[in-house]
Write a protein that binds this ligand. Structure first.
Ligand SMILES: Cc1ncc(COP(=O)(O)O)c(C=O)c1O
Length: 375
């Protein structure tokens, strides 16, 4: 099956008993133990739930992994995956990972003894240099947020394997339609399914997929133990969102490309960050099947960035991405507000930077809105 067919028929396809083509929303928190001397598949809904299982099997299949796990938010997925490590362990992260992941690593996990070093993950030597005897994993995001920098996943995986480390990739921006890190050798993939997988800005949700059953058991122990699990209704919403991912993402990607090209030649714009327009285009295409629907741009003057945010009529000025509506996000006040300003400056996340997640609106309306708002 091709990946877009898998979106429809992968994982859960038909209910074996009723033939229903959608997974039922199974609301029971507990299950009758018909024979208490035997273990049965379902006993308590924190541990497992039929709707959640349908989604977990679907995402594992889509990512080419062996086990999938669903969480009540993307951050719950990140936190739970980090929960497989112990005090004294160390991980190497990309320096421009999602601000929320940065925050929990620098607060809770630091306090609990999980140390980390943040590096420019586009530089393999920097990754190598940061590895210590206690290092257990690489934690990456490509393209990165919000500057869309590319990490060479094959090279990172090779370094990790050579040093006996796990490779963890946050694949939120690309989705398994465009990029499948496990097929390139990664061990764990994470999603904020709040974004493209849910797709309609109406659910907060997280997913993790492990390449092996062995690592899956470690993640499951945290999922069940910490219990940051999603509601069956939210599982249904994400299952539904996954089915239309191809239709949405292909139009959103086309719109993103048109907007990025328009901005690149606009006199008020300094720089546009989009994998297709950067030096790392070929590298990105060697590991992904598209450029995605997210890009960032930097205006020459601060008042133009603020003016754009004030005057746009079509963009939601909001945190988040991957919805059907175009979202303009202001990283310094939103996704990266948790990052100290010195660190933001070092990374190039300026006050003139706006991140766009292109939606499904007609491109002519979007172009007109961007043109007018910048003017
Ligand atoms: C790349 C990435 N990872 C993780 C998260 C956290 O996900 P959530 O907001 O669903 O908790 C986000 C949220 O914006 C994100 O963009």
């Amino acid at each position: 099956m091709k990946q877009d067919t898998k979106l429809i028929h992968g994982g859960f396809d038909r209910d074996a008993v009723t033939g229903a083509i959608n997974a039922s929303i199974s609301v029971s928190s507990t299950f009758d133990q018909r024979d208490v001397t035997q273990e049965q598949e379902y006993d308590y809904a924190r541990s497992s739930n039929p709707t959640r299982k349908a989604l977990e099997e679907t995402i594992a299949f889509l990512e080419g992994g062996s086990k999938g796990y669903a969480f009540s938010s993307g951050m719950a997925a990140v936190a739970s995956v980090l929960g497989i490590f112990a005090a004294g362990d160390h991980i190497v992260t990309a320096e421009d990972i999602y601000g929320g992941s940065y925050r929990i690593l620098n607060t809770f996990y630091k306090r609990w003894g999980l140390d980390h070093t943040a590096v420019n993950a586009s530089d393999a030597e920097a990754i190598r240099r940061a590895i210590k005897p206690a290092t257990k994993a690489l934690f990456l995001e490509t393209p990165s947020n919000p500057l869309l920098k590319i990490t060479d996943l094959r090279e990172a995986v090779a370094i990790a394997k050579e040093r006996g480390l796990l490779t963890i990739v946050d694949n939120t921006f690309m989705t398994p339609l465009l990029q499948r890190p496990i097929e390139l050798g990664a061990d764990i993939v994470i999603h904020s399914a709040t974004k493209f997988l849910g797709g309609h800005s109406d659910v907060v949700f997280g997913l993790a997929v492990t390449a092996s059953e062995k690592i899956g058991k470690l993640v499951y122990a945290v999922q069940n133990g910490f219990g940051a699990v999603p509601s069956p209704f939210d599982c249904f919403l994400v299952l539904r969102g996954i089915k239309t991912l191809k239709a949405r993402l292909s139009i959103e990607e086309q719109n993103a490309r048109r907007l990025a090209l328009f901005l690149q030649s606009h006199k008020e714009i300094d720089r546009v960050f989009y994998p297709e327009l950067g030096d790392e285009k070929e590298l990105h295409l060697s590991q992904a099947e598209g450029y995605g629907a997210v890009f960032s741009f930097e205006t020459k003057r601060l008042d133009r960035a603020l003016g754009f945010l004030k005057k746009t009529r079509l963009c939601a000025r909001a945190v988040s991405l991957g919805g059907v509506e175009t979202i303009a996000s202001y990283p310094v006040r939103m996704s990266h507000a948790a990052m100290p300003s010195a660190q933001r400056e070092k990374l190039g996340i300026s006050e003139r930077l706006i991140r766009i997640s292109a939606g499904l609106e007609n491109i002519d309306d979007l172009l007109e809105d961007f043109e007018r708002a910048l003017r």
